[in-house]
Every structure is written in structure tokens, then in C-alpha cells.
Design a protein around this ligand. Sequence first.
Ligand code: AMP
Ligand code: MG
Length: 354
Amino acid sequence: MNTVTVRIRPEAEKFTAEEEAALRRAGSIIQSGGLVAFPTETVYGLGGDALNRESARKIYAAKGRPSDNPLIVHICRLEDLEKIACRIPEEAFRIAEAFWPGPLTMILHKTALVPPETTGGLDTVAVRFPSDRIAARLIRCSGGFVAAPSANRSGRPSPTCARYVLQDMDGRIDMMIDGGQVGIGLESTILDLTVSPPQILRPGYVTEEMLKKVLQEVDTDVTILGGGDGQAPRAPGMKYRHYAPAGDLTVVEGSPGTVLAYINGQTAAAKQAGERTGILCTVENLGSYRADVVKCVGSRWDDESIARHLFTVLREFDDEGVTKIYAEAFDTAGLGQAIMNRLLKAAGHHIVKV
Ligand code: AMP
Ligand code: MG
């Protein structure tokens, strides 16, 4: 299959006639059962018609994703929610009011309109209303319901720009909409509203603190940062190894000086043993590390920049053929919970405390 790429300027206020035509074409590809990758405010998504079981099968095949790992359905109008979800609790409307359109996914009971292929056989459905204007227009042109997991091959870091989508998906999908670099860089927060109190199944840009301002009580799945003694995570996809770079990744936690000395020591030994070494760090320590490739994800005091660069940096280690990587651990408050959740999964929960 030949993957056609179209470019849409992310910053412009209005679409040009050419861009609008490209989005309509993308919409008709999705409506006729094809797959289109597109930008959202979180990461790039791989879109197919959420109401078409064949499209869901194609998405699983293109990603190499296990079919028990359900897809998120993206909508572009609040009134469409009740077509795919039922028995919606009052809290869901309050959450929608506060965080939609935006980087938040709700788990709700599904209606018969949503085929079991889309939900991995579950009787619940994950729904998100993205704020990205390219995503919103594409969903509208596609009939209103787009199933879109992250546009990476299963297990790889989620793509934050078109180049990384094509690295994984060129020739496997019909069209690629290149809308530049995404803003947030980590996938949406997933909140399960079929349980009481509602529970966070995957941390993201919308934090527990933000949700607690709208709901009295919010729980968090204990497995998010490796707790729960081997208990299975409640979001089926969270049980899989994920986000992993090709090189072997270890996260190192401790006081800044100890972490620095440990990482430099381990890296020197790995280099001696013939490894191509990489270090993932914050700008505060950038000048103090020695490795073949030292990559900065941002400032320790700016969670948003760390979130935005994390997956990009993991991919860059692959681009540079790094085989052994050490990463500084991050504080888990606020957005830090989502950052550490992704980093620990990328490392297969290999963490050293020094
Ligand atoms: P991705 O599409 O790559 O962002 O991953 C979607 C995530 O949402 C996976 O971890 C899924 O397991 C999770 N998910 C989707 N639908 C449901 C559902 N009905 N119940 C629980 N988790 C879900
Ligand atoms: Mg994903």
C-alpha cells in the first residue's frame, strides 16, 4: 500500500481550500474503511471508522496490537456521546464540561452501535473529544466516530511528529496527515466512570488534582507506578510492555549527586563492554554526564517540557543506534505521575534506587 502524506499547517486559524479538500479526502478514506494517521494535542493517532468492525481489525493489524486491547473512540460534538455510551453518570457531564475538548478519555457503558471489535470485546467504551483543530475537522469529515490508538507499532514509543509515524506505519496505512509537532506529547488521561468512585486507569496531562476539583472522590489504579504486587492493570493495554526504545533502558532514582555519579560510572563500564551508551537527563545536569549520546528532556522544574520531549528522545536514541540507556527518575507529583508511568513502562519497570 502507498501511504499518501498531506501537510496541514498547525498554527493557521483557518484551513485553506486545499487543506479542507485533503481533510475531506481523509474523511472519505475513513468512511470507506481505510486508515489515516493524524495529529491530536496528545500524540499522533491512527484513525479508522469506530463503528466498522473491519476498520478495527485493520487498526490492530497495522499496529501489530493484541486485539484484546480496546481502542479509544474520538468524537467532535458532545451530543454524539449518547449515541455510543449509555447509563452515563452525572459526573461524566461535569468532567466533559471541565475537560472537553481536551486530553481526557472517559470509560462508559457502550451502546449496541459500537462493535465489540472496537472495544476488545468489552461492554464498555473509551471516549475522547480532542481539542486539536485538525483532529476535530477530520472526525467531522469521517462521520463523527473515529477509533484512534497512538500511531506507533505496538510496544514502541508513541509518535509526536509525522516522521515517527512514517517510521512505523509507511506502507501500512492509506494516508498520513502531517500537522507538525504535537503539543502535549503524552497520551490522554483515562478515567473510568463505570465504577464508583471514578478511577484513573492511565495518568496523563489531566492530573488527579485537576479531577478532584470537579469530582469529590477519585481513585487511581495502584498498578500505574508498579504497585499492586503483580495485580493486572484495569485498562487492558496497560499490561503490555510499551513505549520501549530498542536499547536496554534503566531508570535511576536517588539524590541528584548520587544519581549522576552512578549513571556516569555505569555508562563508562557499559562503553568499555562495547555498548553504544545513552543518557536521558534534565537540563540541570546536562553538562555533567558523559556518554555517546546525552539527551535532555527539559528542565526538572518544567513537567510540561519533559512530557513533550520524552517519547521524542526515546525515539532519538533509536535513531542514533544506542544500545544501553540510563535515565534520571522524575518526581511523581502532578504531571510527573504520567511521565514516570511512561518512563517505567519503557524500561520494563527496571529501576535502580541509589
Ligand atoms: P492507545 O489507544 O494506544 O492510547 O491506548 C488506549 C488505552 O485505553 C489502552 O491502554 C486501553 O487498554 C485503554 N482502554 C480502551 N478502552 C477501554 C475500556 N473500555 N476499558 C478500559 N480501558 C480501555
Ligand atoms: Mg498507544
